[in-house]
Design a protein around this ligand. Structure first.
Ligand code: ZN
Ligand code: ZN
Length: 144
């Protein structure tokens, strides 16, 4: 076994930000449970048939840029989603019981990482019928 790719993945730092550039951030390490979600909230918030999420340890996410993101509680006291108050770009998610901070993958500057490829799609029953669904390729069932 060669551990080098894991070490590289753990050390990698990626940048991201909103469309107007007032909010910027960096994430370090490998993405946790990259997935798409076609729930009714994600469709409303994302403005499309699904959103694309990946988790990162909160201590590995650094917010920079000149503005503060705004948070909207999608379920009071349980879940909130953030966006840029200037341009509306969706940025992050905090869910009770989920240790990682959810990052909207499309907010990253480079979305090509192998660890960002969705391993599942949440809320399949709410998905549009005209788009193929993301296959479930996860090895074990995560929560959420
Ligand atoms: Zn913005
Ligand atoms: Zn969703």
């Amino acid at each position: 076994m060669n551990a080098t790719p894991d070490i590289v993945a753990a050390a990698q730092e990626r940048s991201g930000g909103c469309l107007c550039g007032k909010i910027r951030f960096t994430v370090k390490g490998e993405a946790v449970y990259p997935h798409t979600c076609s729930c009714s909230h994600c469709k409303k918030l994302g403005g499309g048939p699904m959103m694309w999420w990946a988790g990162f340890a909160p201590e590995n996410v650094t917010w920079t840029g000149e503005s503060e993101q705004l948070w909207f509680e999608t379920f009071k006291g349980e879940a909130k989603r953030s966006f840029c108050p200037n341009c509306g770009t969706r940025l992050a998610a905090i869910d009770n019981g989920v240790p990682e901070l959810g990052i909207v993958v499309t907010a990253l500057d480079d979305t090509s990482g192998a660890d960002l490829v969705p391993v599942n799609q949440s809320f399949r029953d709410d998905a549009v019928h005209w788009l193929p669904q993301v296959p479930d390729t996860q090895k074990k069932s995560p929560v959420g």
